[in-house]
Design a protein around this ligand. Sequence first.
Ligand code: ACM
Ligand code: ZN
Length: 515
Amino acid sequence: VLVLDTVANKHSEGYSLSVDKKSIRISGADEAGVFYGLQTLLQLLPEEVYRNRLAGQIKWVVPGVQIVDHPERPWRGMMLDVARYFYDKEFVKKFIDMMAMYKLNKLQFHLIDDSGWRLEIKKYLRLTEVGAWAGPDSRRLGGYYTQDDIREILEYARLRQVEVIPEIEFPAHMLSAVVAYPWLGCTGKQHEVPDQHFISRDLLCVGKESSLQFLRDVLDETVRLFPSSYINIGGDEAVYTRWEECPDCQKVMKREGLKKASELQGYLTNVVAEMMKEKNRTVVGWEEIFLRGDVKTPVVGLIWHNVRGTLLATQRGHKAILTPATHMYFDFPESRTPGEVKAATWMPPISLEKCYSMEINDYSPESTVLGVQGCFWSDQFIYCTVMHEIDYLNENRSENYSEYFTFPRLWALAEVAWCRQSDRNYADFRRRLSHHFNRLDFKNCHYRVPEPVIEQMDPTATGAIEFTLSPAVADADIRYTTDGSYPTVHSPLYTTPVTVDDKSDFRAITVINPR
Ligand code: ACM
Ligand code: ZN
């Protein structure tokens, strides 16, 4: 029985689920609440329920339960960077599906960056005819979403309670647009779409009416296409030398009484935030949008540097979403273990435990915090550079690696974003992992398998080393080798401590679900 009951369910997106001998009843505060009740019900069923074909020989049993649940905060997000690497719409839909399964509700769709413009804009077709492609003609890489593709993605997301928020990046990270229309920049110079990771200094010129009109037109089309209550305007990592050198930008600075070129970004944010307010949309962007200049219209900042961002947002009358690069950037590796994939390096690795340990309380005041978001950047995937370097995996599909980076950390994000901090417990989380790996298997979704935990590494009397391991996932097997080769599911099963002469000869893997 599925019902909407706004009286019994006090919190938006909340639900209650009761299972007894006679019935299964889900009561939601709203449609999202009913949907989340269904997600919980699916988790109570045998894992095969996630298969996309009939599963025979299964006894479909649900335990008797009484569950009353609601999320602590309204924003439980993921960012997908489709600009550095173009994921087709089928992958995007799968990504949304996986988010919804874990009750995440906001997808920040990073559609634009220096290395690609992925959103068809009818008024400026060169954005995608030119700006969506990198490399020489015969071997060019890239792609974009037509407006029909976007509508298809949006409908898919709507049915799964995911709000897709388009990110239209400016003034930096938009070289792809400047390549398509050089008059958008301060210098008018013709550039190329980069085919390697690159952060351009060519910004949108604030001083030319033509570039402001471009911004108006692009945002108009974007707003017509996306019904989201938020519009993301990017805003990160601008370097202001072009604005300092541009006579047109300098004129605006003088006219507006600004002292530093960086304050022009605040000026631009005000202009756009007002435009969006007229259309009943709220501007969200990286924390730079409220840190550069005096931004009067309240906006929402994605706090990606450190805890201070929340305080500054509060002092200036804005809201915050926590997406700290230290805990929630999934393009960093999980470990320094030999064999770990190549990944971003400008921060230390982010283990599953570290991701799970993010403390919202650190980001005070909490009343400013709308929620938490994970970011999956794809700059490691431009031209598939990651995959070719790992011979034994023979893997060259970036999509599979994206899932590998995303899971299991997305589960940690899901609990950080949904639960009260006092209800979180890493040991308990770890105990529950193995069931979720099985679910991902049935969904054909890839993931990183946590490596076995080294409990002890003891030198012996003869100068050898004795390894004592424990499984990182409850009920998982450990398989190992002692000749430096990569273990497989057929390698010896670990049961007691193993001694090797040279510690680099010892390799061990976790084998999940050894049924
Ligand atoms: C960012 O990582 N540049 C937001
Ligand atoms: Zn300029």
